[in-house]
Design a protein around this ligand. Structure first.
Ligand SMILES: NC(=O)c1ccc[n+]([C@@H]2O[C@H](COP(=O)([O-])OP(=O)(O)OC[C@H]3O[C@@H](n4cnc5c(N)ncnc54)[C@H](O)[C@@H]3O)[C@@H](O)[C@H]2O)c1
Length: 468
């Protein structure tokens, strides 16, 4: 049987990955009908409105160009499945909160529910593509579920096609990916399914960038890529602590190290720590996988990457308290940036949340500003989605509409996200409205330390010690 020509795609999961990825597929493949489905009505309504549910540069234009033509958003999951000949499963795979593997293993319940739904609803053969990040050999479980529940005449091919986009540059990444990775069974049928998906991407991605490998290699490559990216950040953050103690400068060290072509300069920026929904989750997943495979040394190695990240966040929070003469009780602290990085409104695992909790524990008053994160989202994060009562912290938290408002009368200003607008602030004006001494803590190494010091601020920057 020759590879099928994909005419209709369904994507289950209209999140940070499913939405942008399939919107770009629709834009680049006008001959393919793309329907993105989700159980979350609010999210689908937002995708169908002028206020998209996620902020991502360039996304609005892509959605507007394709929506209503060959791109549709719907809560009718069953119809989407029935009509499609290729289905992306792009649901969330968070870290398990309870049971075996709690705190480490991936919770695959959403993925399995979506897979079951495909088996129950499908009346014709489908290519099912695992887009979510999953532990190695999850495709096997998906195949077993599909085969055990399928109707006569329906067959399913499983592909792994992990997503490598980075939030903040998702559209750029999807337009010109470094690579597209497709894993399949190495049977003729598996290879035909792989070719069908390859032909979809080949509408805009050069063939040499579409890598085809075995299923398990594909699944593991995604975990490996995230683990190695996070490991670079933890490595540079570990070095930043040495810099602070010795007077070396982490930006200079990272620049010198990154000039080595074997290494490259990307992902060597020291910071208050990495966040986002993926790095920590995927490393913990790798740790769990290693332990399950009786490889404790391997598990320990990767766990250290997460531990270093936790250390960096608490080290920075402690530094704020130490610098403010060992107490921040009752003091006003401005937190600039709540998203886990610039150009996204995503706050999952954002270091700002850890810092805010630390400051609240120390009984400080915090004033938060972020250009893209809503007030509601900040409250969800501060209350751990309702697990922590809001009432006791309410008097200590203010969410501001501008930097100036957040910093007015602040005894310390803490930069948590590297938003470009923070580089261009009128720092003299901010200084004029702060009590003395006025402290700035640059958790992202984006500010002009010398200029701020000249204004009169006492500036603490990660990885630079006291030397200017
Ligand atoms: N966010 C990223 O930058 C990124 C990058 C690469 C890979 N990934 C991986 O992609 C996957 C999705 O991540 P995300 O950030 O898009 O998650 P997300 O939480 O933003 O979106 C997942 C969506 O799936 C929906 N969903 C869950 N179960 C469903 C079901 N049975 N039927 C229909 N809809 C269902 C949820 O309602 C939600 O809207 C995860 O495995 C993640 O690790 C994420």
């Amino acid at each position: 049987m020759a590879p099928i020509q994909v005419k209709k795609i369904c994507c289950i999961g209209a999140g940070y990955v499913g939405g942008p990825t399939c919107a770009v597929i629709a834009l680049k493949c006008p001959h393919i009908q793309v329907t993105i489905v989700d159980l979350n009505q609010q999210r689908i309504d937002a995708w169908n409105s002028d206020e998209l549910p996620i902020y991502e540069p360039g996304l609005d234009e892509v959605v507007k160009a394709a929506r209503g033509k060959n791109l549709f958003f719907s809560t009718d999951v069953d119809k989407g499945i029935e009509e499609a000949d290729l289905i992306f499963v792009s649901v969330n795979t968070p870290t398990k909160k309870s049971g075996i593997g709690a705190g480490f293993a991936a919770d695959l319940k959403f993925l399995q529910l979506a897979t079951r739904r495909i088996a129950e609803v499908a009346k014709s053969s489908k290519i099912v593509v695992e887009k979510s990040t999953v532990p190695c050999r999850t495709a096997d479980a998906m195949r077993t579920i599909l085969e055990a529940n399928s109707k006569p005449g329906c067959s399913f091919d499983i592909l792994s096609n992990p997503e490598f986009l980075a939030e903040g540059t998702a559209i750029e990444d999807l337009f010109a990916p470094d690579r597209v990775l497709i894993g399949s069974l190495q049977t003729q049928q598996g290879k035909d399914a792989c070719e069908a998906l390859t032909q979809v991407y080949a509408n805009w991605v050069p063939r040499e960038r579409i890598l085809t490998v075995g299923l398990w290699s594909s699944e593991l490559s995604k975990l490996a890529a995230n683990a190695m990216l996070a490991q670079r950040i933890s490595s540079v953050n570990a070095l930043s602590a040495i810099c602070e103690a010795t007077g070396a400068n982490i930006d200079e060290v990272a620049y010198a190290v990154g000039k080595d072509t074997r290494m490259g300069s990307k992902f060597l920026k020291a910071s208050v720590g990495f966040g986002g929904s993926c790095f920590q989750k995927d490393i913990l997943n790798l740790v769990y996988l290693s332990e399950s495979l009786h490889l404790p040394e391997v598990a320990k190695y990767w766990r250290a990457v997460v531990e270093m990240n936790e250390y960096q966040k608490s080290r920075f929070a402690n530094k704020v308290v130490d610098t403010l003469f060992n107490t921040i009780t009752g003091k006003k602290i401005a937190i600039l940036g709540w998203a886990f990085k610039k150009d996204t409104g995503d706050t999952r695992e954002s270091p700002a949340i850890t810092l805010a909790n630390h400051f609240l524990n120390e009984k400080a008053r915090i004033n938060i500003y972020d250009p893209q994160v809503s007030k509601d989202q900040i409250w969800l994060d501060l209350t751990d989605y309702g697990d922590i009562p809001a009432e006791p912290i309410k008097p200590h938290v203010t969410i501001s509409q501008s930097v100036e408002e957040a910093c007015h009368n602040a005894e310390a200003i803490v930069v948590c996200t590297e938003w470009d607008e923070f580089k261009k602030l009128d720092w003299q004006k901010i200084y004029d409205n702060c009590p003395r001494p006025a402290f700035v803590f640059d958790g992202r190494l984006i500010l002009d330390r010398k200029a701020l010091t000249n204004i009169g601020f006492k500036v603490t920057t990660i990885g630079t010690g006291d030397r200017l």
